[in-house]
Design a protein around this ligand. Structure first.
Ligand SMILES: Cc1cc2nc3c(=O)[nH]c(=O)nc-3n(C[C@H](O)[C@H](O)[C@H](O)COP(=O)(O)O)c2cc1C
Length: 198
């Protein structure tokens, strides 16, 4: 594998809580990915103006979303990345509203454009206090899979536990698993970037 290949991994953090558990866990993943040679960026979705999909279906014809907000900027970020991470807290057994809006908006536009996410690598991080983590993880991974994305596995599902800010760092196995995913993401995106498959 060429040493000069530097893949870009962009994480979209779906928690509205600054310095919260999803953000802390994401930083652990990104640090590990950087150590393996990836360039990384973290984006807190709440800092962007991102309105829900209004089902106008205009994008099917125009290949653009007509909602006047930061959706296009975020879609451009997704397209720029070799690997994307969606990190979310569990809210009533599902992902956060910010995460779901990104999924709906980029998902529908991607379908309108063909399959632009094809062969990008997709990873998810989920933080819960107690329950709903696996369902939420599956929700995100299913989104990646229906977009032709490649989903790497590690030694455990990438969920971690904590309630108050910072508590997730006490979940050693959860943090270790996130770091393992960061290393795997860097390795896989580097491999795919040096040997394009399509
Ligand atoms: C509106 C709301 C709903 C929540 N629902 C759940 C839930 O269904 N299951 C759970 O285990 N934790 C639930 N939690 C707890 C959060 O998932 C948990 O505190 C998590 O660490 C928050 O991550 P963050 O710091 O990144 O925001 C909920 C929290 C909020 C604010």
């Amino acid at each position: 594998m060429a040493d000069n290949v530097k893949p870009k991994v962009i994480a979209f953090i779906g928690s509205p809580r600054k310095g919260g558990n999803s953000e802390l866990l994401t930083k652990e993943l990104l640090k590990a990915a950087e150590q393996e040679g990836a360039e990384t960026e973290a984006i807190r979705l709440v800092e962007y103006d991102l309105k829900p999909c209004d089902a106008c279906l205009a994008c099917r014809k125009t290949k653009k979303c007509k909602i006047d907000d930061d959706g296009e900027k975020l879609f451009d970020k997704v397209m720029e990345a070799d690997g994307i991470v969606l990190a979310t807290p569990v809210y009533f057994g599902s992902c956060s509203p910010q995460t779901k809006i990104l999924i709906d908006r980029m998902g529908y536009l991607a379908k309108a454009l063909g399959q632009p996410l094809n062969n990008k690598v997709g990873s998810a991080l989920v933080v819960a206090r107690r329950a709903g983590a696996n369902f939420t993880l599956a929700e995100i991974l299913f989104f990646f899979l229906i977009n032709g994305m490649i989903v790497p596995g590690v030694s455990y599902w990438t969920v971690a536990y904590g309630r108050d800010k910072g508590e997730v760092l006490n979940d050693k196995e959860g943090v270790d698993t996130a770091r393992e995913l960061g290393r795997k993401l860097a390795w896989l995106t580097k491999l795919l970037k040096s040997k394009p498959t399509s």
